[in-house]
Design a protein around this ligand. Structure first.
Ligand SMILES: [Zn+2]
Length: 173
């Protein structure tokens, strides 16, 4: 019984600390594209909303892009910001689309993530702060980085298709 109380106290404290960091860590990041929660809900599918605006994770091997080997660009499903290029995509075996670097220096931004009692590095869209996934340090050369990204957070534009003009939101400022 005493052990159970201690365990509950430890887990409870860890939860409080975790939620404190999650609630406060956004203060120094500013989105250039800001929409209300209702606007995001109206624009996105429920799964896209859950992943990008509520930091969800799609199940491995279920997303539309993990096994996509086509050449093209991966853009933010929320704001069209160019995120990743197919030339940096590699087979990680995890079931999530994986890249060794973002497409441009305006593609992503990272921040420490303390959820689930783990210290990980969260990857977000630099333009609208959509949650994309996490980056790890066990990737291939030349960067050694493994950007583990949810398919739901991205839209794929095959090479040669110009659905989105080059004046994307990333270049507006
Ligand atoms: Zn975005």
């Amino acid at each position: 019984m005493r052990q159970a109380i201690w365990l509950a106290a430890i887990v409870g404290t860890a939860c409080l600390i975790g939620s404190y960091f999650n609630a406060t860590r956004r203060t120094n990041l500013e989105a250039r594209i800001v929409k209300t929660d209702a606007e995001w809900r109206a624009q996105l599918t429920p799964e896209q909303y859950r992943v990008t605006r509520q930091k969800g994770t799609e199940c491995a091997f279920t997303g539309k892009s993990w096994d996509n080997k086509q050449a093209g660009q991966y853009r933010c499903v929320c704001c069209d910001n160019l995120l990743f290029d197919s030339s940096t995509k590699f087979e990680s075996g995890t079931g999530w689309p994986s890249f060794f670097q973002p497409a441009t220096e305006k593609s992503t931004v990272t921040e420490s993530d303390w959820s689930f009692f783990m210290r990980r590095t969260e990857v977000m869209c630099q333009a609208c702060l959509a949650h994309l996934g996490h980056v790890f340090e066990d990737g291939p050369k030349p960067t050694g980085a493994r950007y583990c990204i949810n398919s739901e957070a991205m839209k794929f534009i095959p090479a040669g298709e110009t659905e989105i003009p080059p004046t994307s939101p990333a270049k507006k400022d």
